[in-house]
Design a protein around this ligand. Structure first.
Ligand code: GDP
Ligand code: MN
Length: 355
């Protein structure tokens, strides 16, 4: 039996949280989204889901990034679906443009090989630029200079479950660097030299390898049901980075900066199709303490999420619109792309029972 609405403290919303952007309990964090003007409907949908399930209780600001200016319509419509502050940021040219040392003739030749291997988006320069920016540049944007934690959101993703606690505060209080929901294998042909380059980097910088790393998850010769080849030594397991809650302190560390510079010079963001997911994941698996990486699935009642074609749908009365335990609504073989069991093994936890 709740209070009648007339008796309710006018300073609290229905969930007992103080509404409004004046709330001073927030920690230093933002929701962020790299998005195109043309994806307005998709980002509105994702925003509405995250606002309904979580952010209306906390009002963390939204920071939108784009390589071209946002339209007035984009700004108006997005700011209408949240009470929180919205920031619209242009990416500096020098963060987005193809670096001077990339040879575009070689790029075009490489695209042919990638296409023969069915690597999606290989011929879209902007896709390579996006992967590079998400790997090593987003957290260097001046608008994030004084911000520590972020939650990455893409257009068209879904959030299904009510989350009643401050996820950023959870990260801070529990000393977490990174949180993920979905963990997958990658297409080995998109990253053939990523691991060999990583091995070179490690040889030059053995001091960056963390004592409590998750190296097994990165290198294990696990039987991979569909493609039993590894990517030249890399398991291809990666945190699916369209969902990320993270502490930018890790990306800003000397270890990660040196690693990114090494990879960037090696050219694989363009001559191959290195994604930010495997790059982030390898770095976390090698240079971070694995106990600082959080998987909400272990608690079994947490952040319900979908980016086509995969789901994280926990067993919880707080979720609406997804099927508990479902991993994909695509073709059946996609179920075998789940790499979470290997993660649980790497961190010495049993794979949680399927509900
Ligand atoms: P996928 O998830 O790998 O299929 O790739 P997406 O097309 O979803 O792109 C990943 C993210 O980067 C999404 O948030 C897109 O909105 C964003 N994105 C990709 N390319 C560009 C681009 O050229 N400009 C901008 N502003 N955003 C982009
Ligand atoms: Mn996407």
């Amino acid at each position: 039996a709740g209070l009648e609405s007339s008796e309710r403290d006018p300073n609290l919303d229905r969930d007992g949280y103080k509404p409004g952007i004046e709330n001073s309990d927030r920690i230093n964090a933002t929701i962020l989204s790299l998005v195109r003007n043309e994806e307005l409907d998709g980002i509105l949908q994702a925003m509405k889901d995250l606002e309904r399930t979580w952010n209306h209780k906390f009002n963390y600001p939204w920071t939108f990034f784009n390589d071209v200016p946002f339209t007035e319509e984009f700004k108006k419509k997005t700011s209408e679906v949240t009470k929180a502050e919205c920031r619209y940021e242009l990416i500096p040219k020098e963060h987005w443009e193809v670096p001077s040392w990339i040879n575009m003739d070689l790029f075009k030749e490489s695209v042919q090989i990638l296409k023969e291997n069915d690597i999606q988006y290989a011929d879209k320069v902007s896709y390579h630029q996006m992967c590079r920016w998400n790997s090593g540049l987003f957290y260097k944007h001046p608008a994030l200079k004084d911000v520590q934690y972020y939650w990455r959101v893409e257009p068209n993703v879904h959030f299904f479950c009510d989350v009643d606690y401050d996820v950023f505060r959870y990260m801070q209080d529990n000393n977490k660097t990174y949180g993920f929901t979905i963990n997958l294998y990658d297409a080995p042909k998109s990253i053939p030299t990523l691991w060999p380059e990583t091995v070179k980097f490690l040889a030059a910088h053995p001091e960056y390898l963390h004592d409590n790393n998750a190296q097994n998850w990165v290198t294990d010769r696990i039987r991979r049901p569909n493609h039993n080849q590894l990517a030249n030594g890399y398991s291809t397991c990666h945190f699916w980075s369209n969902f990320e809650v993270g502490d930018m302190g890790f990306w800003r560390s000397q270890a990660y900066e040196d690693y990114f510079q090494h990879l960037d010079r090696a050219g694989g963001f363009f001559y191959e199709r290195w994604g930010d997911a495997p790059v982030h994941s390898i770095a976390l698996g090698l240079f971070e303490d694995k106990s600082r990486i959080h998987c909400p699935v272990l608690r079994f009642r947490d952040i319900g999420y979908q980016h086509i074609p995969f789901f994280n749908c926990p067993n919880s009365g707080k979720c609406k619109g997804c099927v508990t335990g479902r991993f994909t609504d695509g073709e059946a073989w996609l179920n075998k792309e789940d790499c979470r069991p290997n993660w649980f093994k790497a961190i010495d936890r049993d794979h949680p029972r399927r509900p």
